[in-house]
Write a protein that binds this ligand. Structure first.
Ligand code: H2U
Ligand code: ZN
Length: 348
């Protein structure tokens, strides 16, 4: 597949333009600054470190494992859904349509260690993060239609603080990406009878070309329809699992294991703390266990060629459709060829 072609994203039902011949074009454009120097285990100026005061004036406890708090600058607020917006603007027929929203936002500190990342945490520590995701999701899903667990990692991704942390935004509405994926998975179930991402995981495991790492319960692939150069789709591979709270204990162990191995490969690819936005897509709360939704995580890393050259989503991508140069198969092979042990020279 050396010629330009389009691939179909079964999950979002978008197309992506693939132009493999273009991978060698010269680069004289923007070069990102190299990752900053090593950090101390505790930074007295960090809002997220244990025992420190946050921007709100509240003080973090001397936490020793993961720590969750209500976001001091939440994008979604509790309160009456009818407070904010005058009724006429919620009318479907209105040209300037508007809807009230209600929600809750939390921050998860993965570890008290300011100098670590999820990738550099021990597997046991990652296992605690998995449990925290599960617990928080279970709590918020009992009250909200969609719970978005995510991590922005690295300055390049707009992360405001290098302390290892993620976020949760829970709201009383289904956001765009979730709505597209729900419709696509439902459609697949209706026309093929199976769970789309379970069928997909099996197809990828059999083929192998796009597999980066797998274990008994999980598979991580650069998906057939990847847009970002080193994008990853992480899915349970052996059974239908709608949400994090449906994971058995051994599947949670396996998740911590595969996260460690995947994220270490990411760091080793360009020998840097690999930036990305990642997040979990769980079944919308209303859908039952017999549904079509399969739990999965997306990883969207911005880097293209090195620690300092990123992919831009501009021009044709903004106006037409997403486009990529290196094929998902080449990206997966490069990640497969990286070690999943910390390299001797790495900042572990
Ligand atoms: P990001 O680095 O992905 O922006 O996440 C940090 C979040 O932490 C951000 O949403 C919150 C910000 O609102 N925060 C607090 O709630 N309190 C603070 O004192 C600092 C940052
Ligand atoms: Zn810190």
């Amino acid at each position: 597949m050396d010629h330009p072609h389009r691939r179909f994203n079964r999950l979002s039902r978008d197309w992506v333009l693939v132009s493999p011949h273009r991978a060698q074009r010269p680069w004289q454009g923007k070069v990102e600054p190299a990752a900053s120097a090593r950090r101390p285990p505790h930074d007295p100026r960090c809002y997220l470190c244990a025992g420190n005061e946050r921007a709100s004036g509240e003080r973090n406890p001397p936490y020793t494992s993961t720590y969750v708090f209500a976001n001091d600058f939440a994008a979604l607020l509790p309160g009456s859904p009818h407070d904010a917006v005058p009724d006429p603007l919620a009318e479907e027929s209105h040209l300037l349509l508007c809807r009230p929203v209600r929600g809750e936002c939390r921050v998860i500190c993965f570890s008290p260690r300011h100098d670590l990342t999820l990738a550099r945490m021990p597997v046991e520590g990652i296992r605690v993060v998995v449990e925290t995701w599960l617990r928080e999701s279970r709590d918020l899903r009992s009250r909200f239609a969609w719970v978005q667990i995510f991590e922005n990692k690295g300055e390049i991704m707009g992360c405001s603080n290098p302390h290892p942390h993620g976020q949760i935004w829970a709201g009383d509405f289904i956001p765009n990406e979730a709505a597209k994926e729900d419709a696509a998975q439902k459609r697949w179930k209706e026309s093929h009878g199976g769970v789309l991402l379970l069928d997909y995981a099996r197809t990828e495991a059999e083929c192998g070309d796009r597999v980066v790492v797998k274990n008994k319960s999980w598979i991580a692939v650069v998906p057939w329809w990847a847009v970002w150069p080193y994008e990853i789709l992480l899915m349970p591979r052996s059974r239908h699992v709608p949400s994090l709270s449906d994971l058995a204990a051994d599947e949670q162990d396996d998740l911590a294991d595969i996260l460690k191995r995947l994220l270490t490969r990411y760091d080793n690819l360009f020998e840097t703390d690999f930036p990305y936005s990642m997040g979990w897509h769980e079944s919308p709360s209303a859908a039952g266990p017999e549904g079509w939704w399969q739990l999965h995580a997306h990883f969207y890393p911005p880097l293209l060629r090195s620690a300092t050259v990123k992919k831009f989503m501009v021009g044709y991508e903004m106006l037409g459709e997403a486009q990529r140069d290196i094929t998902p198969e080449i990206a997966a092979a490069r990640l497969r060829n990286c070690s999943d042990h910390c390299l001797p020279g790495a900042k572990a």
